[in-house]
Design a protein around this ligand. Structure first.
Ligand SMILES: [Zn+2]
Length: 208
């Protein structure tokens, strides 16, 4: 049985959402497209947006990863402008937004009001209180490798409703199956039911 990988950077995984490299051309696997806050280049920003606009095909599942990162070179105002423009594109093409966020969760929450489509925080690995605030604001949380060993994150998972969960490998090299087994154990359901639920969540975000 193959498990769905919500966010990854590997061309050899076909059952999941491949995050397209900047300025690259999509293959026939489902993908997301966006400008990562660390990839913002002020000199070529308009070309970056043209790339997005001209690269959206029927295999495009989501806009992203995009968002805010306190370690990115671009200043926060620039990051917010670029984030908002991508939210606007997502609204226009009716696709969900996959968010990269480092230490800017409350700023990201303040952008939720502009989004007409679902927003998913990818690689979520923070404490319960931040998860609670995100969930209250209707965000989805996608968990990765850290969940396998981070006990505090496992507690965060306990309070995250099953209909708000995605699972991903991102850049990490491990088997997504191990993550499904771990989450199934913590949530006390079968891996098959968990997978079914994740696929239903995927349908929900696709339908706005
Ligand atoms: Zn990623």
């Amino acid at each position: 049985m193959e498990f769905f990988d919500f966010h990854h950077h590997k061309k050899n995984i076909s059952f999941g959402i491949y995050n397209l490299d900047l300025n690259s051309v999509p293959t026939d696997i489902p993908y997301s497209i966006g400008i990562h806050p660390k990839a913002i280049n002020i000199r070529t920003l308009e070309e970056q947006f043209q790339w997005i606009e001209s690269t959206i095909t029927e295999n495009c599942i989501a806009i992203g990863e995009c968002g805010l990162d306190s370690f990115a070179e671009a200043d926060l105002k620039m990051q917010e402008d670029v984030f908002l423009r991508q939210i606007t594109i997502a609204n226009e093409i009716k696709k969900p937004v996959i968010i990269h966020c480092v230490r800017k969760f409350y700023e990201v929450i303040s952008f939720k009001k502009y989004a007409e489509q679902p927003m998913i925080i990818h690689g979520f690995n923070k404490k319960e209180s931040i998860a609670e605030d995100l969930l209250k604001n209707n965000f989805y949380l996608s968990f990765g490798k850290a969940l396998l060993y981070n006990l505090s994150l496992q507690n965060t998972l306990r309070i995250t409703p099953l209909d708000k969960i995605f699972l991903e490998t991102d850049n990490d090299d491990f088997d997504i199956r191990d993550l499904y087994l771990k989450v199934a154990e913590i949530k006390a359901i079968s891996p098959e039911d968990l997978h079914q639920q994740v696929l239903e969540n995927l349908e929900t975000i696709k339908n706005g």
